[in-house]
Design a protein around this ligand. Structure first.
Ligand code: ZN
Length: 174
């Protein structure tokens, strides 16, 4: 496995705006790319990574679930959504930028695995948000296109404070 460089809009916006092609052959080369993407995602500390973010114009996404397990989505399609959530969203390709984005609360995706076997997966909350965000990368769409507004430093600081208070409250309960 090898770490890949994550492209950012600052240096490679053009690459991040391209449409990715479906995967049609499920061979060693594709497996190696997926392994590299997983290693790169883990190193980054992010939740999800789409192939075009590392310069591979193929419809592939890797996501780290809340329990630490990895989900690989190849040729993913959003087939159902339910509800709504509004919250802060960021992207490994836009370091330091956060926006308030409204997404469906629950998202069902249809995809194939690394051997071409089809499956469906439903997720809510953060991972549901991630399904939407990563699938859009495959069509050159960035979360800033979807954001109600880009958060200011003041708003980010307030968010940090709220998160800190929440952690302290939880600590008191324990
Ligand atoms: Zn992203």
């Amino acid at each position: 496995m090898a770490l890949r460089t994550i492209l950012t809009t600052e240096h490679d916006e053009e690459a991040l705006r391209k449409h990715s092609r479906p995967v049609t052959v499920f061979n060693e080369r594709i497996h190696k790319m997926l392994d590299d993407m997983i290693e790169t995602l883990k190193e980054s500390g992010g939740v999800g990574l789409a192939a075009p973010q590392v310069g591979i114009l193929r419809r592939m996404v890797v996501i780290e679930r809340e329990d630490g397990s990895i989900l690989e989505l190849i040729n993913p399609e959003i087939i159902a959504t339910e509800g709504e959530q509004t919250g802060p969203e960021g992207c490994l390709s836009l370091p330091g930028v956060w926006g308030e984005v409204t997404r469906p609360m629950t998202v069902t995706v249809r995809a194939v695995d690394r051997n071409g076997e089809p499956f469906e997966e439903t997720a809510s909350g953060l991972i549901g948000r991630c399904f939407m965000h990563e699938c859009e990368h495959l069509d050159g769409i960035l979360f800033t296109d979807r954001a109600d507004h880009i958060m200011t430093q003041e708003e980010l600081d307030a968010l940090d404070e709220a998160a800190m208070e929440e952690m302290e409250a939880e600590g008191e309960q324990a």
